[in-house]
Design a binder for this molecule. Structure first.
Ligand SMILES: Cc1cc2nc3c(=O)[nH]c(=O)nc-3n(C[C@H](O)[C@H](O)[C@H](O)COP(=O)(O)OP(=O)(O)OC[C@H]3O[C@@H](n4cnc5c(N)ncnc54)[C@H](O)[C@@H]3O)c2cc1C
Length: 386
């Protein structure tokens, strides 16, 4: 069950599928049983292959040597990478097109292009212990002192903090009555990990809590002008929410295939489990919801390629994130049920996805926050405006 794709998207879909099947999927259980970590040579090989295939350059403008793929093709890639558990597809860094608009020429040379070459990895520090969903209430500060800013604040859940070479750090500018985004090198004096909690999934990427205490960065590390930071973060959100939709479609497809294959081979009462109507209904509901999810995810990608109004794109990315992440959670729950006790084993893909997909309803804005965005947009712009 496919939705029609452009020739370019079909080509990239096949490339990404082959990569996911040959390089990543065979290592899932090994990663699961080793705290998400694979042997160094395997991680290096997977990263190198991803760079060779061009994955680090898919959203990079051609003017900077990138592939500048249409969003439809990028979604086709991330859908296939989403078939794999344990975040094994995070083995390569992702430079995004908005970064080239946001950053100065020096920042692009120092931070963004090295990501395209696979030399740097980034992490995003927005969330705090107080304001979580409500990012308008952030308390971290950046105070100007001559040619430097002095950063202070506590940042929670900084994904890939243990692997990243630099942070995107969102802060208020109390003296300038504004806010801004900063690029901050790992290891700068005053940055400290104050907690490194364990989470439900088994990933090599951790989500530490960082304390920034009087961290000094040159003014040149500010991204854009005061007041631009939040709009860059919104660009990041749109991209991530769409790609959560893409990955959730891939995860759901894999779960349906695996649960179906199991049900066809498992004999109960002298007949394949797949002949039981209760099981068929679970598969039918799952594939129907996947069909709807694929249609809306690819349509939202094409809306970006068409250059539809950005506010409409913003609410559509929220709809994709909301619906498709919740769809994938329902599919994972049914898959565990179809596998029975086997579906509760960590070696089983359904068990891993059942845990891993849960966070897609929380990060990059919870389902409730997506509903608020969609409702506010609907009330403001009407049905034809979103
Ligand atoms: C594994 C993981 C990785 C993460 N990675 C990053 C990262 O790399 N960088 C980063 O900055 N952040 C990251 N986050 C943070 C994530 O984006 C936040 O957890 C999320 O935005 C929710 O914030 P919160 O946890 O403070 O929950 P809260 O804001 O406290 O929300 C708690 C509950 O209240 C609901 N709620 C809140 N406000 C409203 C409202 N107005 N109306 C109705 N319901 C509401 C929420 O939906 C939720 O159900 C990560 C989180 C996790 C779990």
């Amino acid at each position: 069950m496919q939705v029609p794709l452009s020739r370019d998207a079909s080509k990239w879909q096949a490339i990404a599928r082959e990569y996911a099947d040959e390089y990543l999927q065979p290592h899932e259980v090994e990663a699961e049983l080793n705290d998400g970590v694979l042997p160094e040579d395997i991680t290096a090989r997977n990263k190198e292959r991803a760079i060779d295939l061009g994955f680090t350059a898919i959203d990079v403008p051609k003017s900077h040597g990138g592939l500048e793929l249409p969003m439809e093709s990028q979604v086709a890639i991330w859908e296939q990478l989403g078939r794999v558990t344990n975040a094994l597809s995070w083995c390569f860094p992702e430079a995004q097109s908005w970064m080239f608009d946001a950053c100065s020429a020096d920042q692009i040379d120092k931070y963004i292009l090295p990501m395209v070459r696979g030399e740097h990895k980034d992490c995003y520090a927005i969330t705090e212990s107080g304001p979580g969903s409500d990012i308008s209430g952030l308390e971290a500060t950046a105070v100007r002192d001559g040619d430097e800013y002095v950063l202070n604040g506590e940042k929670w859940y900084v994904t890939s903090g243990n692997l990243a070479s630099f942070f995107w750090f969102q802060a208020n500018l109390p003296d300038e009555d504004d806010e801004a985004l900063f690029l901050v090198d790992q290891g700068t004096d005053g940055i400290e990990i104050i907690a490194n909690p364990k989470f439900s999934h088994t990933y090599a990427s951790h989500h530490p809590t960082y304390l920034f205490r009087d961290v000094r960065v040159p003014v040149a590390q500010r991204v854009g002008r005061p007041g631009d930071g939040m709009s860059f973060t919104h660009s990041w959100f749109r991209h991530e929410r769409l790609m959560i939709g893409a990955r959730s479609c891939g995860a759901a497809a894999r779960l349906i295939e695996e649960a179906m294959a199991f049900a066809q081979g498992r004999i109960v009462d002298g007949a394949p489990l797949s002949e039981k109507q209760a099981i068929q209904f679970m598969l039918a509901d799952s594939v129907t919801e996947l069909y709807a999810s694929r249609l809306m995810t690819y349509e939202a990608a094409r809306a970006a390629d068409r250059g539809d109004d950005v506010k409409a794109q913003h609410s559509r990315c929220s709809m994709v994130k909301l619906y498709v992440s919740e769809m994938a959670n329902r599919v994972a729950d049914r898959a565990v049920q179809i596998f029975g006790g086997r579906g509760y084993m960590r070696e089983n893909v359904a068990e891993r996805f059942f845990r891993e997909l849960r966070v897609d309803r929380i990060w990059e804005g919870t389902s409730e926050i997506q509903r608020l965005i969609i409702a506010r947009s609907l009330l403001k712009r009407g049905l034809d405006g979103i």
